[in-house]
Design a binder for this molecule. Structure first.
Ligand SMILES: [Zn+2]
Length: 135
C-alpha cells in the first residue's frame, strides 16, 4: 500500500506543479514524462495546453484542480484504510483499475452507473451527445 501512497503523492505533486505554472502566465512548456505513462487515457489537458490559449488554460486549470482534489481525497482514504473500496457498493475496486487511476473511488460497475445517471441529468449532454436518437 505504501507504493500506492507514493504514487498518489507523486502524482499530486506534479499536478500541483502544473497548477503553479498555470497560476501565472499561459503555460506552454510541460514537463515531458513528469506524469509517466500511468494513465491509460490520454490526458485531455495535454492536447489543449499545446494551443496555449487563455480560456483553454483556464479549463485546464479546473481539470487539474479537480484532479488534485481527487488525489488528495485518495490519500485521505488511504490513511483511513478505505482506499480501494467502492464508495457506492462497498465492493473492492479492481487492482488494475486502481493502478491505472489511483484516485478512483468507485468500481467500474458503479462508475458506469453514475456516468449514465449524470448524462441523464445533463440536458446539454443529451443534446450534443447522441444526435442520432430520434425517439
Ligand atoms: Zn461499486
Amino acid at each position: 500500500m505504501d507504493d500506492v501512497r507514493d504514487r498518489i503523492e507523486k502524482e499530486l505533486g506534479s499536478v500541483m506543479g502544473r497548477l503553479r505554472q498555470l497560476g501565472g502566465a499561459v503555460v506552454i512548456e510541460e514537463f515531458p514524462g513528469a506524469l509517466g505513462d500511468n494513465s491509460p487515457f490520454s490526458d485531455p489537458t495535454e492536447e489543449v495546453q499545446v494551443q496555449g490559449e487563455r480560456e483553454v488554460s483556464f479549463a485546464t486549470r479546473s481539470l487539474l484542480v479537480e484532479r488534485a482534489n481527487r488525489l488528495a481525497e485518495a490519500l485521505d482514504r488511504l490513511r483511513e484504510g478505505e482506499y480501494g473500496t467502492c464508495e457506492e457498493c462497498g465492493e473492492p475496486i479492481a487492482p488494475a483499475r486502481l493502478k491505472a487511476m489511483p484516485e478512483v473511488t468507485t468500481c467500474v460497475r458503479c462508475q458506469d452507473k453514475l456516468e449514465r445517471l449524470a448524462r441523464r441529468l445533463e440536458p446539454a449532454a443529451v443534446l450534443f451527445g447522441e444526435p442520432e436518437e430520434e425517439d
